[in-house]
Design a protein around this ligand. Structure first.
Ligand SMILES: [Zn+2]
Length: 276
């Protein structure tokens, strides 16, 4: 899809399967399983989406999926198969050395796992020329995880970037290249950020896990993984209003890899895919 001078693609690294009850928070299972059927272990299948943003001078990858460093046991627990990130980039003519910026909306392993890979004894950046852009608060929380958050942060996904000088920490809202803006949105974590691509009157918005798919558009549908659920609620109110009023194209972190528009009627939000 084109957004002004940018070419933007959304694709999936593959599926992972978190617990359905955790994914839908206080929403009772009889409601959520109508839109997201659970498997025999109560898990729901969610794609791990990446966004590829290109113009003449920049190649930006947002989210790197689960990567190749997980153990067999970790893969089994989360139903994660072989990562597709590099093949999906290659299919679009992008090799790892061409990527200029990597953005993670936050540092949970299903968004940052492909940042690095194991090369013998060492963990090295997957994208050797890229700077990796995270919110400073997210970095601090990921580097000092607590008993509640530890299961989601795997330091090998991000800590090695600091030693090789590839880390770029930002605060709040920053235009990382002309037309691509990152905004901190507290809710899922303290340092979650969203991505907005704007050019020639068009805007594409890439959500993060406070609104991981179209099934989380209704205001009370908030994941139990969110550390600040009432701030998720406030962010959803604000962002959905803007997305509708300004006719943003929207992509989600954990939906089918699709781009669409949001509309509202009878106090219900809906998402309609737009063609490329
Ligand atoms: Zn996620």
């Amino acid at each position: 899809m084109r957004i002004g001078r940018f070419a933007v693609d959304i694709f999936s690294d593959g599926v992972f399967k978190p617990d359905g009850g955790s994914m839908f928070g206080v929403i009772p299972k009889p409601l959520w399983e109508k839109v997201k059927p659970a498997d025999e272990r109560n898990r729901v299948a969610m794609d791990m989406n990446s966004l590829l943003i290109r113009d003449a001078d920049h190649v930006v990858v947002v989210e790197t999926g689960a990567g190749s460093k997980l153990s067999v046991k970790q893969r089994e627990i989360f139903g994660i198969e072989t990562p597709r990130l590099l093949d999906e980039l290659k299919a679009r003519g992008v090799g790892p050395a061409q990527v200029t910026l990597v953005v993670n909306t936050h540092l949970h392993f299903d968004h940052s796992g492909g940042n690095t890979y194991r090369d013998g004894e060492k963990i090295v950046p997957t994208f050797p020329r890229a700077s990796y852009v995270f919110q400073r608060l997210e970095w601090e929380d990921a580097m000092h995880a607590n008993e509640r958050t530890r299961g989601s942060y795997l330091p090998d996904d991000y800590a090695p970037l600091e030693a090789v000088g590839k880390l770029e920490l930002i605060d709040e809202s920053v235009e990382i290249i002309p037309g691509v803006r990152l905004d901190r949105v507290q809710g899922h974590t303290r340092g979650t950020q969203t991505v907005r691509v704007s050019d020639r009157g068009e805007t594409l918005f890439f959500s993060s896990d406070f609104m991981p798919d179209r099934h989380h558009l209704p205001l009370p549908w908030i994941s139990a993984f969110d550390l600040f659920p009432l701030e998720t609620l406030a962010a959803k109110r604000l962002i959905l209003r803007r997305a509708i009023d300004e006719r943003w194209i929207v992509g989600f972190t954990h939906d089918l890899p699709r781009l669409g528009r949001i509309s509202e009627s009878d106090a219900k939000y809906r998402f309609d895919e737009v063609a490329d």
